[in-house]
Design a binder for this molecule. Structure first.
Ligand code: SAM
Length: 159
């Protein structure tokens, strides 16, 4: 599979996973954390799916399209490992994390803190969707929609 194929599958998986959980996650009170704002495409999709939820987005630098940039109070700039710590205990309804790099060594470092952060930020019953696996005793893996290959994206519910 070319990198273009892989990129297309990743974006399709993001959309399909977020659509798949939206009815259930919409019923959960709490903020949504968008871990890795990037261009803002998934932020834009999340705000369409969850118009009544506050979405707080994190990135080390602002690089989103002007049409998909959160308001200043919902944007947290800096290294997520540090900037998201104050959100542990916030009882989030949903954490969406898209900060995989495709480099195993870099992703391994991210995975030393991301699962704990996601589990700590979520409310009981809250959901996490991630491009990297979030192995944590408080996160129960959930089945993916049939259109998404196993290992392409990851879905969890906070126990
Ligand atoms: N989902 C986004 C979209 O649809 O446009 C794309 C996200 S992009 C793949 C990942 C983003 O996460 C990048 O903008 C990068 O700067 C940010 N990022 C990755 N690791 C980070 C970290 N440890 N701290 C802060 N930002 C990080």
């Amino acid at each position: 599979m070319s990198r273009l194929d892989s990129f297309i599958r990743r974006l399709s998986a993001q959309r399909d996973v977020l659509n798949h959980i939206s009815d259930e996650a919409r019923q959960i009170d709490g903020v949504i954390l968008e871990i890795g704002l990037g261009n803002g495409r998934t932020f834009d999709h999340l705000r369409a799916l969850f118009p009544d939820h506050r979405i707080i987005a994190f990135d080390r630098a602002l690089g989103s399209h002007a049409s998909s940039t959160p308001s200043a109070e919902d944007l947290v700039i800096g290294e997520i490992r540090e900037t998201a710590q104050p959100y542990v205990g916030v009882n989030a309804a949903l954490v969406h994390a898209d900060i995989g790099t495709g480099y195993d060594d870099k992703d391994a470092i991210t995975l030393t803190w991301l699962p704990q952060l996601a589990a700590g930020a979520l409310a009981k019953g809250g959901m996490a969707a991630s491009g990297l696996p979030l192995e944590h005793p408080d996160l129960e893996p959930l089945p993916l929609p049939s259109t998404v290959d196993v290992g392409r994206y990851f879905l969890y519910r906070r126990r």
